[in-house]
Design a binder for this molecule. Structure first.
Ligand code: PGA
Length: 228
């Protein structure tokens, strides 16, 4: 399993020009990187632009989705739409969205139903069971452990604590499903990852917020993972 590095651009950058620059910077910087899977999750309006990147080494993901397929739901974007526009992945239940577990579980089911690979965010392992309610097949699942105090604060969780959480999360997945299935799930860490601290995290991947908005910094992070 290649490590998975996700860029969560959140509500950035504010112009299409800025998004293009960022895409290009990352694309150029990681031309020779082979042993890492890189996915960019831009704001919805920039997904269309990203089509041209789909053949490259960078995958595309949504930052959120709505759980219904279609209909009169103003402002919502469905899993089917994300899939159709070329997304492989979708971030589900990011803590900044403050969604109830029940809603997150609905979104998880919708994303899997449409053939997307969900990156399920959890602030702690207790949320896992409820957020996976009604899901039998987790072969496309990644879990991102993101303690809320580490997001955007510059205070990353220690590599040791992140590793312990990874073990705990896998143990819970083993209890709900089976060891054979659980060992295939990538368990990522997210929260204040930078080019400086990345080398210490030996996990299945990372969810990167603010540091993914600087192409050079993000490329350094990817290369840091690729070397480890
Ligand atoms: P951060 O954000 O890297 O800026 O801490 C991580 C996230 O929210 O996914």
């Amino acid at each position: 399993m290649k490590p998975l590095i996700i860029a969560n651009w959140k509500c950035n950058p504010t112009t299409l020009k800025g998004a293009k620059l960022l895409f290009n910077g990352v694309k150029k910087g990681i031309k020779d990187v082979k042993n890492v899977e890189v996915v960019i999750c831009p704001p919805f309006p920039y997904l269309q632009l990203s089509r041209s990147f789909l053949d490259s080494c960078i995958g595309l993901g949504g930052q959120n989705l709505f759980y219904e397929k279609k209909g009169a739901f103003t402002g919502e974007v469905s899993a089917a739409m994300l899939k159709d526009i070329g997304c492989k992945y979708v971030i589900v239940g990011h803590s900044e969205r403050k969604e109830k577990d029940e809603i997150v579980a609905k979104k998880m089911r919708a994303s899997l139903g449409a053939g997307l690979k969900p990156i399920l965010c959890i602030e702690n392992e207790k949320a896992l069971k409820n957020r996976l309610k009604g899901i039998n097949d987790i072969s496309k699942l990644s879990v991102a452990y993101e303690p809320i105090w580490a997001i955007g604060t510059g205070k990353a969780c220690s590599p040791k604590a992140a590793r312990e959480k990874q073990i705990l999360i896998r143990r819970i997945l083993t209890q709900i499903y089976s060891a054979k299935i659980a060992e295939k799930v990538r368990i990522l860490y997210g929260g204040s990852i930078t080019a400086k601290n990345v080398a210490n995290y030996r996990l299945d991947g990372l969810l990167v917020g603010s540091a993914s908005l600087d192409a050079k910094e993000f490329v350094k992070i990817i290369k840091g993972v690729s070397k480890s």
